[in-house]
Design a protein. Structure first.
Length: 388
């Protein structure tokens, strides 16, 4: 087991500081045709390891699956078929724009290089991207528009920490991470938006910084939209305690968009939930009432307990921080917050940044007994990363 872990980690970090991460994008989207153009810089197009053509700024071509090959065609009619196509950046800054047309999806901008092949009958896209360019795209995807650079700096450190902790997740598939939320949302950079430059500055100013615990191991950098006034211990959600993921009272996220919510269901729906999960309770005539002023993990009824996470998942509630009351033939959930509640509360962090707290202050508020250091200082990474 130890040998396998080391093998995975060596694969995961088998790039020096000048090399690139491998991120699968449009993962599981089942794309069969896409239009690609150069937004910044210049690209060389290679097919099956042979040079095909140059792609200058605003040049456009289309890739479409044709039988077991990819047909590449430009507006002048130049057309070839290949098994694999590569976009190799030929300038100092290279950005391409990708617009899927079958199916029709929103366009995305991706930095650096891209390979396109066919897997399971669909186009498969692998973005070879510099770490900071990747983190910019993740921060934008995970955070959206905010006015404070300090919040973006906080989020950049979290996203870089998360990436390094999970960088071997797709080891068996031959790449580091994908663009799905279980790795981290990564929809590229939207260069048409004015706040993009603020994110780039925040990522540059936190270059290489990650969060480590007291043993100098990168932490599980969990975050969520809104905690409703109190974060939750990691074991109450995932069953495993982590010393730095402790519940904290958070007054900063109060009165924000995601801080309050309400949902009603019919008594029949509630009874069906009990029959499926807690049949011993479904036959009893309770007056359903449950209040949380501080976060709990379970709704306890005499000697029985209902796991709040199971209630949340079954009824697709925003959080587990809710109270229950019965109103006529309905069960009403009156809740707080949005998300699992572990780690950093984004709404709270945004408000802290507005009040003048810096990124380090914010991180130490939500994660206990941690340090923020360059990942290049960690002895383990020094042993498997070549120095530069």
């Amino acid at each position: 087991m130890k040998f396998i872990l080391i093998t995975i980690l060596i694969f995961a970090f088998s790039f020096n500081y000048g090399q690139k991460l491998k991120i699968a994008v449009f993962y599981n989207q089942k794309i069969s045709s896409i239009i690609i153009s150069t937004y910044l810089g210049k690209y060389e197009i290679w097919g099956d390891e042979q040079f095909f053509t140059d792609l200058k700024q605003n040049d456009v071509f289309q890739c479409t699956i044709l039988n077991d090959s990819i047909e590449i065609k430009n507006v002048s009619g130049l057309s070839r078929k290949f098994k694999q196509i590569e976009l190799r950046g030929a300038a100092s800054i290279n950005v391409a724009k990708y617009k899927p047309i079958i199916p029709s999806l929103s366009q995305r901008y991706y930095d650096d290089n891209m390979t396109i092949s066919i897997q399971n009958g669909s186009l498969f896209f692998l973005n070879f991207v510099e770490m900071d360019n990747y983190i910019c795209g993740v921060v934008e995807s995970e955070s959206g528009y905010q006015v404070s650079k300090e919040f973006y700096k906080t989020q950049a450190i979290l996203c870089r920490t998360f990436a390094l902790e999970n960088i071997g997740k797709h080891y068996s598939e031959g790449f580091h991470l994908c663009d799905g939320v279980h790795c981290q949302a990564y929809k590229g950079k939207n260069y048409s938006l004015s706040y993009h430059s603020i994110i780039s500055e925040a990522v540059t100013e936190t270059h290489d910084l990650v969060i480590v615990d007291s043993s100098n191991m990168v932490i599980t950098a969990a975050f969520h939209a809104n905690c409703g006034g109190q974060t939750v211990n990691s074991e109450d959600v995932w069953g495993k305690p982590k010393s730095y993921l402790r519940s904290v009272t958070d007054n900063y996220c109060q009165y924000q968009r995601n801080s309050q919510w309400e949902k009603s269901i019919s008594m029949n729906e509630w009874q069906q939930f009990l029959l499926n999960n807690y049949p011993q309770l479904a036959t009893k005539n309770y007056s359903w009432s449950f209040y949380q002023t501080t976060r709990k993990g379970y709704f306890r009824i005499n000697n029985d307990s209902i796991w709040l996470r199971k209630v949340r998942e079954y009824f697709q509630l925003r959080s587990t921080f809710f109270s229950i009351y019965q109103h006529n033939d309905s069960i009403v959930f009156k809740g707080k917050g949005f998300g699992h509640g572990v780690g950093l509360c984004q709404d709270g962090a945004i408000q802290m940044a507005k009040k003048g707290f810096n990124a380090i202050d914010i991180i130490r508020f939500y994660y206990k007994n941690v340090k923020i250091i360059s990942f290049k200082e960690i002895p383990f990474y020094q042993s498997i990363l070549p120095s530069n």
